[in-house]
Design a protein around this ligand. Structure first.
Ligand SMILES: Nc1ccn([C@@H]2O[C@H](COP(=O)(O)OP(=O)(O)OP(=O)(O)O)[C@@H](O)[C@H]2O)c(=O)n1
Ligand SMILES: C[C@](O)(CO)[C@H](O)COP(=O)(O)O
Length: 235
C-alpha cells in the first residue's frame, strides 16, 4: 500500500429530502449524539490535514444550514443542489473549478447521510488509490444470501454473491474525469446513482476498496435508531 496520502477536495451532496426517512426535516439535519448527521459527515474531512477545501450542495431554500457552526468555516463553499444526487454533485464540481481546482486534483464525494465514516477508512481509500489511474470507492462485500425475485416477490433464483459488493462513499476520482463522466452520462440520460456509475458509463473500471460495513447511509428510521444506540454506548 502507498502510505503517502494525496491532497484532495471533498464534495458533500446534502440536498436530498429524505423521503424514505419521512422525518420532520431532511435526514441530514436530524440529531445524532449532540450534532446533526451532516456535521458528523463533514467532520471526518474537516479534521483531515490533506483537505484542500470542501463544497457542500444544499437545497436552494435550505433553512437549516445557516444555524450550524460549520456554516462559517472558510474552508466550506456552498453549491446549489440539483433535482437528483448526480446534479448536486455536478454543481459542486463546477464550484471546485471556480475555486481553482485543476483537472488532475483528487475529489472525494461523500453522502451527507453517512455520518459514521472512520478516519482509518478514509486514509485507507486515499492511500490505496493515490497512484491509481482511474480511482475508486469504499465498498463492502455482500454478506447475506441474495435472491432474484419476480415482480410479485417470489424467488426466481439464489444469486452467486461471490462477486457482488455494495457501493459506499467516499468515492474518489480525478476532478476532470469525474466532471466529464457525470456531465456526459446525464446528457445521455443514463441511470447514475453514484460517481462510480458515471465513470463506468465512460468506459473506465473504478477499483473497490473494502471498508467497514458500519459506514452506513441513513436511509430509513431504523438506521438512525441503530446509530444512536452505537453513539450512546460510546459515551
Ligand atoms: N437531489 C439530491 C438527492 C440526494 N442528495 C444527497 O445524496 C445523498 C444520498 O442520497 P439518499 O440517501 O437517496 O438521500 P435522499 O435523496 O435525501 O433520500 P430519499 O431518496 O429517501 O429521498 C444524501 O446525502 C442526499 O442529501 C443530494 O444532494 N441531492
Ligand atoms: C451513492 C450511494 O450512497 C452509494 O451507495 C447511493 O447510491 C446513493 O443513495 P440511493 O439510495 O441509491 O439514492
Amino acid at each position: 500500500m502507498n502510505h503517502r496520502l494525496p491532497a484532495f477536495w471533498a464534495v458533500i451532496p446534502a440536498a436530498g429530502i429524505g423521503a424514505r426517512m419521512a422525518a420532520d426535516r431532511p435526514k441530514q439535519y436530524l440529531q445524532l449524539g449532540g450534532r446533526t448527521i451532516l456535521e458528523h459527515s463533514l467532520g471526518c474531512f474537516l479534521d483531515h490535514p490533506s483537505l484542500k477545501g470542501l463544497v457542500v450542495s444544499l437545497a436552494v431554500d435550505d433553512p437549516y444550514w445557516p444555524h450550524l457552526a460549520c456554516a462559517a468555516d472558510p474552508r466550506i463553499q456552498r453549491a446549489d443542489g440539483g433535482s437528483e444526487r448526480s446534479g448536486s454533485v455536478l454543481n459542486a464540481l463546477l464550484q471546485l473549478n471556480a475555486l481553482g481546482a485543476s483537472d488532475d486534483d483528487w475529489v472525494l464525494v461523500h453522502d451527507a447521510a453517512r455520518p459514521n465514516l472512520s478516519r482509518d477508512d478514509l486514509d485507507k481509500l486515499l492511500a490505496e488509490l493515490a497512484d491509481d489511474p482511474v480511482g475508486g470507492l469504499l465498498a463492502v462485500p455482500a454478506r447475506d444470501t441474495l435472491k432474484r425475485v419476480d415482480k410479485h416477490g417470489r424467488v426466481i433464483e439464489t444469486v452467486d454473491r461471490s462477486l457482488i459488493w455494495q457501493a459506499y462513499t467516499p468515492q474518489m476520482f480525478r476532478l476532470g474525469a469525474l466532471h466529464r463522466a457525470l456531465a456526459d452520462s446525464l446528457v445521455a440520460d443514463a441511470v447514475i446513482t453514484d460517481e462510480a456509475s458515471a465513470v463506468e458509463w465512460s468506459g473506465q473500471a473504478p477499483r473497490l476498496i473494502e471498508g467497514r460495513s458500519d459506514n452506513i447511509k441513513v436511509t430509513r428510521p431504523e438506521d438512525l435508531e441503530w446509530l444512536r444506540l452505537r453513539w450512546a454506548n460510546r459515551l
